[in-house]
Design a protein around this ligand. Structure first.
Ligand SMILES: [Zn+2]
Length: 198
């Protein structure tokens, strides 16, 4: 998902909570959409929304982000197992690549800051590393067959240096959008956090 999709996502999350009969407290309605958005960010909006619809009818309690990711993965697997058939040339992840993806998922796509030369030069050596989708020069995401899950998944890598710095700039822009959207979507954002204004 990208920053501009936050509003759509937040609405879907609130629909899901009301479908499951759970009223969000003021604090939750401020924090929950942000937290979920950050954790589900590596996935595409249509996949996230599809999984949300499924959870609205199947979940017994309000789903955790990991539940959401599991449904996304299962639905994607079901869809891609069909899509796989006519594409025998689809790339397969190496075992190392698949293992790193698994580790990244467990770490919620965030890891300890890195002191490599690239991160030092870009002055991001004090910020957590981020695992990001690998995109080619034409902006196409790298989807490959994961031999561990037997599913086609988004391939990713840990961003270092300039790429990591760009990720944080994009994230900061995303937070700025949230602050702008706050008064309309979540009135408590402004009233509870006046220090954020200006
Ligand atoms: Zn680094």
């Amino acid at each position: 998902m990208i920053a501009s999709e936050y509003g759509t996502f937040a609405i879907a999350l609130r629909r899901l909570s009301s479908a499951l009969g759970r009223r969000l407290s003021k604090d939750e309605s401020e924090e929950l959409p942000r937290t979920f958005f950050r954790l589900l960010e590596p996935f595409e909006l249509p996949d996230v929304l599809d999984a949300g619809k499924t959870l609205a009818t199947t979940a017994h309690s309000f789903p955790k982000p990991t539940d959401w990711i599991e449904v996304i993965t299962v639905q994607r697997r079901q869809r891609d197992s069909l899509a796989l058939l006519p594409a025998p040339d689809r790339r397969q992840m190496s075992q190392d690549e698949a293992a790193e993806l698994t580790r990244a998922k467990l770490l919620h796509f965030s890891a300890e800051p890195c002191g490599c030369p690239r991160c030092l030069v870009a002055q991001v050596d004090d910020r957590p590393l981020r695992f990001v989708p690998t995109v080619d020069d034409d902006g196409r995401e790298d989807r490959a067959l994961n031999p561990q899950t037997n599913a086609v998944e988004l391939a990713g890598h840990w961003a270092h240096g300039d790429e990591l710095a760009r990720w944080y700039v994009a994230r900061d822009a995303c937070y700025a959008l949230w602050r702008q959207a706050g008064p309309r979507t979540f009135p408590s954002v402004v009233s509870r956090d006046p220090g954020e204004e200006g």
